[in-house]
Design a protein around this ligand. Structure first.
Ligand SMILES: Nc1ncnc2c1ncn2[C@@H]1O[C@H](COP(=O)(O)OP(=O)(O)OP(=O)(O)O)[C@@H](O)[C@H]1O
Length: 241
């Protein structure tokens, strides 16, 4: 069953077309990589899916219902959550309070003991068990990323959008990060991940969509897409294709 459908989505910033007539469908339960060289429109696509940017034209549907006319809060309430390329934490709060803030924005906000129990579970799920009382500003980079993921999962999304969640991790952290996303996949959540770390893409994504200068260049099984000459050319130039 198709969960997310982008139909001829275009985004212009003045004279610049950041996303150009982009169409694709995600089936429930898939983990799909959204790839492409720098500036090819990946984050802009995530911003439109999550409602942070309005589409210039085209439409986006979740479970067959148009969401591209809605703002980020209402799209989140329908089951879309995301992480950001630059982690958005509240550094002056504790880890628990950061997750609590996300629970308060749910369609059915959680407070009190229910919230406490949920925070404990979410932090355990992302590898931060028992760390509620720590100051967010003291977290290492990977732990900040784990906390951001807990905040995204607080809304119990059907669709999780990860924007370079694995970027900047050392090899040990990367392994742990891939394992964590693998566990999320196994829980049945649909994941669209923008990622430049190809080992992670190969380990996690059954399918990849590649963008180049705003348009869809390729869409198919990961191994086929990564071997596609037009994809290699877009990333590395003509000499490598
Ligand atoms: N708010 C904005 N206003 C104007 N131009 C923008 C805006 N956001 C993105 N762009 C431009 O749109 C194009 C696509 O940017 P986008 O960030 O979506 O690319 P990307 O594929 O995510 O790149 P990267 O891999 O470097 O993160 C770029 O030329 C960028 O400069």
């Amino acid at each position: 069953m198709s969960l997310l459908t982008l139909s001829n989505v275009t985004k212009r910033f003045g004279g610049l077309t950041a996303v150009n007539d982009l169409s694709f469908t995600l089936t429930a339960g898939e983990t799909v990589g959204l790839l492409g060289p720098n500036g090819s429109g990946k984050t802009t696509a995530l911003n439109m899916i999550s409602g942070y940017l309005p589409v210039t034209s085209g439409s986006i549907a979740l479970d067959g219902t148009t969401i591209s006319t809605l703002g980020p809060e209402r799209i989140a309430h329908r089951g879309v959550a995301r992480t950001f390329q630059l982690v958005r934490a509240l550094p002056s709060l504790t880890v628990g309070e950061n997750v609590l803030a996300a629970l308060a924005f749910r369609k059915d906000p959680l407070w009190g003991s229910k919230a406490e129990a949920k925070i404990e579970n979410l932090l355990a799920d992302v590898g931060l068990a028992g760390r509620q009382q720590e100051q967010a500003s003291n977290l290492t980079y990977i732990d900040l990323k784990r906390m951001e993921l807990a905040r995204a999962l607080a809304t119990e999304p059907k669709l999780l959008l990860l924007d370079e969640w694995l970027a900047g991790l050392n090899p040990t952290e990367l392994r742990a990060g891939i394992d964590l996303i693998t566990r999320l996949r196994q829980s049945g959540i649909t994941i669209l991940l923008v990622e430049h770390v190809m080992d992670a893409v190969r380990a996690l994504c059954t399918r990849c969509i590649v963008m180049n200068t705003g348009s869809r260049l390729a869409d198919g099984p990961t191994a086929d897409v990564l071997a596609d000459k037009s994809v290699i050319r877009a990333y590395l130039g003509d000499d490598h294709a």
